[in-house]
Ligand binder design. Sequence first.
Ligand SMILES: NC(=O)c1ccc[n+]([C@@H]2O[C@H](COP(=O)([O-])OP(=O)(O)OC[C@H]3O[C@@H](n4cnc5c(N)ncnc54)[C@H](OP(=O)(O)O)[C@@H]3O)[C@@H](O)[C@H]2O)c1
Length: 299
Amino acid sequence: MNYRLCGHSGLYLPEVSLGLWHNFGSVDNYDNARDILLHAWERGITHFDLANNYGPEPGSAEINFGRVLQSDLAAHRDEMIISSKAGYRMWDGPYGDGGSRKYIIASCDQSLRRMHLDYVDIFYTHRYDPNTPIEETAEALIQLVRSGKALYVGISNYPAEQQRAICAYLAAAHVPCLIGQYKANMFFQETLEQNLPVARELGHGFICFSPLAQGLLTDRYLNGIPEGSRATKEVFLHRADISEEYLTRVRQLNQEAQAQGLTLSQYALRWLLNHEGVTSVLIGASSVAQLENNIAFLS
Ligand SMILES: NC(=O)c1ccc[n+]([C@@H]2O[C@H](COP(=O)([O-])OP(=O)(O)OC[C@H]3O[C@@H](n4cnc5c(N)ncnc54)[C@H](OP(=O)(O)O)[C@@H]3O)[C@@H](O)[C@H]2O)c1
């Protein structure tokens, strides 16, 4: 595994990081989730990305991750970068969503308890909340660092204008934004055009989520829609996404990948990693075989 410095910081992240959005919840097979995490660790993936609401049910990915940490990886805590986030709805009432100080501090405390951690390495504001002054969200992140609950702070899904505004506030408080987390892949390039140049200019790192377009940029759907695949769940990906137009596009990309001796997923990840300023690609996987397929090309 290669490691890249995260923006103008002293922190290295692996070129491929693992996210626990899907496949690690209470509805999933725990032994499979544990196998994926341990394989990632053995292969040099030092960065694991979570959020308060990952599951389902919300919170359960953090609980399962904490369980694996305690049973198998406790001795390696200082060798890992663990992130979590708050920003989307997590609990009922007016304090379980958004960007208020109340929500962010309470949610971080809950995440730490679920994972049995004293601190997270990176805590993110998961989205820009137009109903909360950006200064308040920034102050909450600063408070997390000053109180030792987070070592670094990050932002996710912020439009470029608000990206600039919150980064300026954080920098002035000497708690610089470490990293921005944005959806980016061959099929979705807006953030590479709008947010990556700002990240480069401001000197923060950039991690691309859903780099395989939730499986669309793999061979998962080349020969039909497998039972149990994300498209069959009809929540974040849909059977209708596997259209003839998509298949034509993806077959072409698959041929290009093969011509270079890569699998389609490797081709898609390498394409992102070749963008100047990209620190890491944040993949998901539902099996050890998928994970290995995705990273086998890395030295
Ligand atoms: N900040 C945010 O708002 C935000 C939003 C979304 C995600 N994220 C982060 O980004 C992470 C990754 O997101 P993602 O899961 O959408 O990433 P992704 O890597 O684009 O998609 C992962 C899915 O693609 C399929 N797949 C992966 N490798 C494969 C292979 N070699 N062959 C066949 N299929 C393969 C699997 O789906 P199947 O289930 O079909 O096997 C897998 O679960 C999340 O866990 C989370 O940490 C952040």
